[in-house]
Design a protein around this ligand. Structure first.
Ligand SMILES: *Cc1c(COP(=O)(O)O)cnc(C)c1O
Length: 426
């Protein structure tokens, strides 16, 4: 089942560090290599087809190789792939986002989520003339120096990777998610904070759901203390609802960052927000930010086609994904109960994750109570049954509009098989 992948992996390790171009893609003993994908399925170089719940870590909201998106992109390819001079399509994209999401008066387009959050923080620092960033333990904002930080609420922070100076991470204060009192204490006590950045629905410590009114209260506290609120909507944007978490919860952040679902598998990201903040970017302002590939016509075309399809189909697409995800969760919960497997499943709209714990998972500390050995058994067993979920407990499973009831049946059977390999009551 893995012969070709094994050969490719051996070749890969000779020329690519660790054999992969992003570390989360590695799992033991070696990952399968992808050959193609279509709809809800991804096919390996070993000719095995899996139901995909990784879906480009949530990027492929409309499914792999979506015809409507690909047709649009193909017609753009015929007339060029990079101009490095503005295009009408970029204007239309900015207009579309502004019309859909009230908080997004202006948008600057970049290429990746990491670029978006890095520049959002730069905007907040320039605007407030303060340096300290408040982030949440377990929230991920891309692999850059401002955000790869572990620490605590008193500001004892250290880089979470080698290669970053301690001085950089000392600019970041880390607080636990879903603890409003502690956040409020930190913000009220200090006057050197430029921004609070968070995933409104954290999807990088497994999946965590914010307490009722938690996000509203964060909005209130940041507003009262002149702290810029950044919603990192790289996962939730266009997925949770067309207008992302800000629409879903009815909250207006000062800056929102988008990437994964916005262009259905093409690399485009966006920094959006109030005119006052965004106009700080040069050339209108003095915050330098630049990129050769930013707003390239291929990615912009994909984004326009994606947002158009989502706008047209919003009344079918979102309810259908939620229904299919809910029925998947019901199915998994039922077979887990039948086999007396202790677990907690967090889910919202088209996202879910299962934790092998009896503790409600509401922050990083509780996510860490999950039994990772059992998660590894689950991951391997699902692969064997041709279901691919992200290889880490601390990621989220994603459905797309292409997932159908037959995928769900197959997936529930695969989870049942996985649970049959575990000791009940563990
Ligand atoms: C994936 C992710 C990022 C980083 O995006 P890249 O395109 O991988 O740089 C940032 N924030 C969140 C919430 C993400 O899930």
């Amino acid at each position: 089942m893995y012969d070709n992948s094994r050969i490719l992996y051996d070749r890969a390790t000779k020329v690519i560090p660790g054999g992969v171009n992003s570390p989360v893609r590695f799992f033991k003993p070696f990952p399968f290599f992808a050959a193609s994908a279509d709809g809800s399925r991804i096919t390996s170089s070993d000719h095995v087809s899996y139901v995909d719940y990784c879906m480009g870590y949530g990027s492929l909201l409309l499914g792999h190789a979506n015809l409507e998106i690909l047709e649009a992109v193909k017609s753009q390819l015929d007339i060029g792939s990079l101009y490095c001079i503005p295009t009408e399509k970029e204007v239309i994209l900015g207009e579309m986002i502004a019309k859909l999401i009230p908080a997004c008066e202006m948008t600057r387009v970049v290429n990746s989520g990491m670029e978006a959050t890095m520049n959002a923080i730069r905007l907040a620092r320039a605007y407030t003339k303060q340096n300290k960033v408040v982030k949440f333990e377990g929230c991920y904002h891309g692999a850059h120096d401002y955000s790869l930080v572990t620490g605590d609420s008193s500001g004892n922070s250290t880089p979470s990777t080698s290669g970053i100076p301690k001085e950089f991470s000392s600019e970041t204060i880390v607080v636990p998610f879903n603890d409003l009192d502690l956040l409020e204490e930190v913000i009220r006590k200090r006057n050197d904070i430029c921004c609070v950045i968070l995933e409104p629905i954290p999807a990088n410590m497994g999946l965590v759901i914010p307490d009722k009114e938690y996000l509203n209260n964060i909005r209130k506290i940041t507003f009262e203390n002149n702290v810029v609120l950044i919603f990192d909507e790289v996962v939730t944007g266009f997925r949770l609802a067309l207008g992302g978490a800000s629409e879903f919860f009815g909250i207006r952040p000062d800056i929102a960052t988008y990437s994964k679902s916005v262009a259905n598998g093409f690399s485009l990201a966006a920094i959006s927000g109030s005119r006052e903040l965004l106009e700080q970017f040069s050339p209108s302002g003095d915050v330098y930010q630049a990129s050769t590939y930013a707003g390239n016509p291929v990615a912009v075309t994909a984004a326009l086609a994606t947002i158009s399809a989502l706008s047209k189909g919003r009344d079918q697409i979102y309810p259908r994904m939620t229904r299919i995800c809910d029925s998947l969760i019901d199915g998994i919960q039922e077979v887990a109960n039948d086999r007396k497997i202790t677990c907690k499943i967090n889910n919202i709209s088209s996202m879910f994750q299962l934790f092998f714990t009896q503790t409600d998972v509401r922050d990083m500390a509780s996510a860490k109570t999950s039994n990772l050995d059992m998660f590894n058994v689950l991951f391997r067993a699902l692969l064997e049954k041709r279901v691919f979920i992200p290889p880490s407990q601390f990621e989220t499973c994603f459905l797309s509009y292409a997932h159908a009831d037959e995928d769900i049946d197959k997936t529930v059977e695969a989870y049942d098989f996985a649970f049959s390999l575990m000791k009940p009551g563990e």
